[in-house]
Design a protein around this ligand. Structure first.
Ligand code: ARG
Length: 253
């Protein structure tokens, strides 16, 4: 009896504290989907003045349209994004998250919206490969897949973490670090925009599939998103958007 009471109160407590993720049907009924991103990761998600934009922002708008909902955007620090899904503070996150086993324990990933990898960037043209990182100080954004992959390069001198990728880049620019590891398309865009700054693109350290994420187990929303994403990939709108940002189609193949 005592045990039963204990179980009953435990269940009641869980009901109070666990907020249920909204299903795709509930979101459709509401007409609005709450999507969180960072807004500091050009050309994927960034601010142009006060306007949130980027490949992922524009793509999400295309996908949402096909899902029959409008997006309400939220921008937060990269670190807070996946955690907020667990607390059901927003429905979906799109912020260039690579699909990793570790993250997949905590959230449910949709189908990937692009494929990329972590690239080495330096000012010194002699730093190009993982081997060249031996004895060097490397900058990465906190909480990223770059961090765990740079950590695997055992011979590095030090890894410095920065709250945003922009800060990591600045550290390289001002030569406070020897190298920076970031997304290959971010790196390319930085070199294109600052051709005289002296950034040198090196090798890719690893490759990854990038996807949106929803609360763990929210299959209906993940499937609704993935289906709409597939439609953008089939009707030419994905390709058009991808070419606008990257001059190529960045989908996984
Ligand atoms: N692709 C990397 C990862 O999976 C970096 C993502 C960074 N995204 C951002 N919005 N800063 O961790």
């Amino acid at each position: 009896m005592k045990l039963l009471k204990l179980v009953a109160s435990a269940v009641a407590l869980c009901a109070v504290f666990s907020v249920q993720a909204r299903t795709f049907d509930e979101i459709k009924k509401d007409g609005k989907i709450l999507i969180a991103t960072e807004g500091q990761f050009a050309p994927f998600n960034f601010f142009n003045g006060t306007t949130l934009t980027g490949f992922e922002v524009d793509l999400a708008e295309l996908v949402a349209k096909k899902m029959g909902v409008t997006i309400q955007w939220k921008t937060l620090g990269f670190d807070a994004l996946l955690t907020g899904l667990r607390q059901d503070r927003w429905d979906l996150v799109i912020a260039s998250h690579g699909i990793t086993d570790e993250r997949a324990k905590a959230v449910t990933f949709t189908e990937p919206h692009y494929c990329s990898g972590g690239m080495i960037i330096a000012m010194d043209p002699a730093i190009r490969t993982a081997k060249d990182l031996a004895g060097k100080v490397v900058a990465v954004q906190t909480g990223t897949s770059y961090l765990e992959n740079v950590q695997k390069v055992s011979a590095i001198k030090e890894m410095k973490n920065f709250p945003t990728d922009v800060d990591a880049r600045s550290a390289l620019n001002s030569k406070r670090v020897d190298a920076w590891v970031t997304d290959r398309f971010v790196a390319k865009a930085v070199v294109d925009k600052n051709p005289t700054a002296g950034f040198k693109l090196g090798d890719m350290l690893f490759i990854e599939r990038i996807a949106a994420a929803v609360a763990k187990g929210n299959q209906s929303l993940a499937q609704g998103w993935s289906k709409a994403l597939a439609e953008t990939m089939a009707d030419g709108s994905y390709t058009q958007l991808s070419k606008k940002y990257f001059n190529e189609d960045v989908r996984c193949n």
